[in-house]
Structures are given as C-alpha cells and as structure tokens.
Design a binder for this molecule. Sequence first.
Ligand code: ARG
Length: 641
Amino acid sequence: MDSIAKPMANLYVSTDAKAALAQSNPIDIYRYHISETLAPITGKPSSEIYERLAWTQTFDKGDLGLPVPALRIQGKKPGELAVDFAEKYPESDLVGKPVANGTFLQFYFKPEPLSRLIIPSILEKKAKYGTNDKLGLKDESEPSSKKKIIVEFSSPNIAKPFHAGHLRSTIIGGFLANLYNAAGWEVTRINYLGDWGRQFGLLANAFEMYGSEEKLERDPIGHLFDIYVEINKVSKPEEDAIKEKKEELQQAEENKEDTAELEKEIAAMEANSVNEKARQYFRKLETGDKGALAIWSRFRNLSIERYEKTYARLNIHFDVYSGESQVEMSRMERAVEQLRTSGLSEDSKGAVIVDLTKSKDKNIKKLGKALVKKTDGSSLYLTRDIGEAVKRYEKYHFDKMLYVVSSQQDMYLAQLFKILELMGNNEVAERCQHVNFGMVLGMSTRRGTVKFLDDILRDVGEHMHEVMKRNEKKYQQVDDPEQTADTLGISAVMVQDMKGKRINDYEFSVERMTSFEGDTGPYLQYAHARLCSITRKANLTPQDLRSADLSLLTESHAINLVRALASWPDVVQNTLKTLEPTTVLTYLFKMTHMLSSSYDVLQVVGSELEVKKARMALYEAARQVLNNGMKLLGLNPVERM
Ligand code: ARG
C-alpha cells in the first residue's frame, strides 16, 4: 500500500479513503482527486462531478473526460466554462493541467505516478485485479450482506438436439455468472432442463423397442437422441394414417354413409399407436407411478452426468439442475387458481387462457394471448415457468434473476414476467430480467447434424489441430498438441460467440474462428502464450519485478499500455451495466493489439538489467490482466502453444 499512497501524499484525499479506494479500483483515486479539486472551482458538489467523469474513447483525448454541460451551470456557455475551469485547475502530482476541448474538460494522468500506482497494484492483487467485492453488497460496511442473483442458462432438452440457442445460452450465461461473481454477488447457476413432457413417454417406449443398456451407459445423450429419432420414424406415419382415416370419416359423415366400421378402425389405430402408448406413459409419470418415474429418472441422471462433463470443458458448473419436471403439480394448480381469482384468466373452449390484448395499456396489449391450461387439463411450459419462478423466489430470496434465453423467446418471457406481475407476484417479476441473444447461422458439423455440444467442440478442435500443423516448426514444440488444439478450439467457439453484441446473429464459420489472425480466440491465446514465453526467457524473480524502477518506462508504448491496464476495473464495472461480453472482448483486443506493437520497441531480453526489470514488470501486469479477462469470459489461458 505504501507505494500506492506515496505519490498522493499531498492530495485532497484522506489516507483512509485513499486506501479504501485503491483496494477496489486504483483509478477511483484519480476520480476522487479530480472531483475534490474541481468542486470549489465549479461550485458543484464533488459527488456530482465524480459521477460524470468518464473514460475517453482514445488516449489523445485524455484519460478521464468531463462533459461540462452535464454539470448544468446556469448563465455561461459550457465552452467558456470549460476554458475557465481549465485555467483555474491547478496541476498536481497525479494530474497535469486539464485541456478544454469544446465543452469537454480532458484530464491527463501523469505517467510516472500512474505506473507506480497501477503496476504494483496488479502484481499484488493478481487474479483479484478488476474484481470488486463491494459492488454486490447491500451494505458496504457489512461483508455478509451479499446480494443474491440467479443465472438460469443453457437449459437443453433431454433427447432433443443441443442447438445453437443452447450453445449461446451456455457461453453467455457462464460469462454472466462469472461477472456477477467478480462483483461480489452470491451467484446461483441454474440449468432448467427440458426434462418433462410426452417426449419422455415416447422415449421410454423407444428404449423398450430399440434401446441398449450398453449404449445408454456409454453415450446416454447420443443414444437417447438416436432412439427418439427411431421411434419418430414409426409414430409419424402412424399419425399421418390416422389423420387420413379421420378425413375419410368426415367425408363419409357428410355423405351420410354408415361410419361404424371406420370409427372402429380409427379407435383401433389410435389405441395401438406409439403415440397413445407415450401418452399413457406420460400420464403414469404425472400421477407419480414409481416404475415409470424410475426409468425417467435414470434417463435424466445419466444425461446430467454427461452434460456435466461437457460443461466442465467450458469451465462451467451448475449449482442446480432444475427443469420442467421439478415444478410440483400443486404449484401449478395454485398458479392457475391465482390467475383465476385475480380475474386474469378466462375459459376458452375448455382451455384456460390469459388474454392480454384486452388491456388498455398498449405495452401489455401487444403481448397477446397465452395458454395456461390445455383442454385435456395438462399443464404447460408457461404454467411451469410461473410455478418455478415463485418457487425459486421462496427458496433463494434473490435480488435479481437472469434468464439467458434466445431472442426467439422474447415475447414468451415478456408474457411470463407481465403475468407474474399482474397475478400479484410483483416482487418476483420486478427482479427478473431476460438476457437475450440472436441466432447462429449455419451451425453443423462435418459429420452432419449436431446432437450435442461435444460434436461441435470435437469438430472445431480437429480443425484447429490441422491449422496448427500448417506451421510445422512451431507444431514440433508444442508438448501436447491434441490437448492444446482442443483448448484453442473451445476458445475459438467461445470468442466467436461473444465477439459481437449479443442481439446480433452471426455465421458459424470454423475457418474464420480458428484463424490466428483477426480478433479470434486463438489470437488471444497466442497473445497470452507469447507473454508467458517472454517471462520464461527473462528469467527474473517476483522480487526483481517488485523492486523495478518504473520511472524507466518512458516510451509512449509503455505509457499507453499502463493507461490501458489502469482502465480494466472500470471495464468490468461497465460490463455490469451492458451485460455484453463484447465489452470485455473489445478491451482485450485493443490491449493485445497495443502489446503486439510494443514488442519491437520495448524489448526485454537483451536490455540493460534495470530496464529489463521495469519492462518485465509491465508485461507481467499485462499478462495478468489478459489472464483475468480471459478467465472472466470462461476461457482457459494457455502458457505454450
Ligand atoms: N428448454 C428451453 C428450450 O430449449 C429453454 C428454457 C428457457 N428457460 C425457461 N425458464 N423457460 O427452448
């Protein structure tokens, strides 16, 4: 802490406050200092100025900028005020005289104190640099007052393919969980499986007909999918034939012919159909038949076991495997009853619906109609979601709950939240947020359809391996090329997914994502591995780095790199507002581009010892920040490749 407090000895910040600020985000010291200095000059409270100080787009515009109009000072033109403030603002040890640029005041940090503040702070905090436990506290002085957040993500459907929507939900959701964790929230990760419904009836029958114990143990997800496809091949033509017969029956009725024979035929077809057996089986499940439930839970457990292995490859775990099956019948009945008594639902041809188009509020009106109970009395996706949300609130008392689900369900989730609110669960509804995302175009593997995440990861990993082999010399030096290719492949998939704004669609291009050029996962990994290699070659001790004379970092490349590293905690904080992984990635790419143009100018090996130590301290700080950023995104930074 000494090295941090020193350059600020004579500033308008109490020592306690300084220490506290530097703990979480060293740049807050600058914010504090500038706003305290500027307050008497502008006649505005420092807290107001503090709020308005923002990072600039490019370093030529300073480090922090203040839009003077935001202070709303009456009487004088903002441009004139800016000039006036700039003149009156005294230079200090930390900050030079500001520059008035139009209505903006631009503040430039002095390089040497900045390096002395930032680099040691990163080297000391390591993985904690950029995190801020305080952000997630209800009461700043009470470390146990953590806010609680539920992140619901991934949520695939058992026996159905793991599609692009699940892939994106997994990647983005994993990232959001890490993000809130870094901000000191208590995070609960929930996977809401599609693990209930008539498909399980079909599946149980399919297993009886085509199943293999051995295959189920070896590859439950693949096997269940295969037999599901198989039984659909039988049930589809059956259903088509029944439909055809029914049309025949209708025709006969219209012609006033004798239909007794036809009716008998149809009844027999239906009774013997795979679909009817599935229905009966599902009814057994819904009424709690032990034998049926045992088979179902086996399928479910084996699938979860497999899911867990794959999620682990992406550094993701779930605290809870929930699912549609986990919402008790009684809860859904309660929901339906509550909807009825609140006058929200109505009967419609034997079914129960909520008709929001009747609302006078046009924001509610546009949400349309929603079905809450089917004619046959069976409950629905929506009803389950209502029950589940209330159940989670009772259990976790969350302050926030994120649903990481594709934008295809925008309307659906808007209905869910609105209905929760209108039926009297406002406390739950106001805490819910849909984090949506666009589609992935053209996701398929070389072997054909995608069944599960493993298929995609294997495919990209293999391609990555081929790309690596193209550089024979380097390939020879990699210890475990297969393992490395696998890790790089996973980074490739994840970075491609998180590179743009969430809402944008993107094209799944194995060629592009596995390239070492451009803003890709392999490029980030390469940047990290290169820093590791410099460290190995420099062969200095941590004590060497700690005692480095940072005033030797005088080149503009070095100074700008330090400025970039200084902004990392703010980038994390800003990401909490955008909830966009691209906020982090854009920063990491900018920083790694700066790094790669620095290597020729700021050489380590071959430099005089003191210079070597200072530059190595800088590179080690950059490696740490890159590593922290990659881990936040869910990537596994490699040390060699
Ligand atoms: N299993 C669903 C699907 O594949 C996604 C679940 C979304 N979450 C929810 N609470 N409805 O479409």
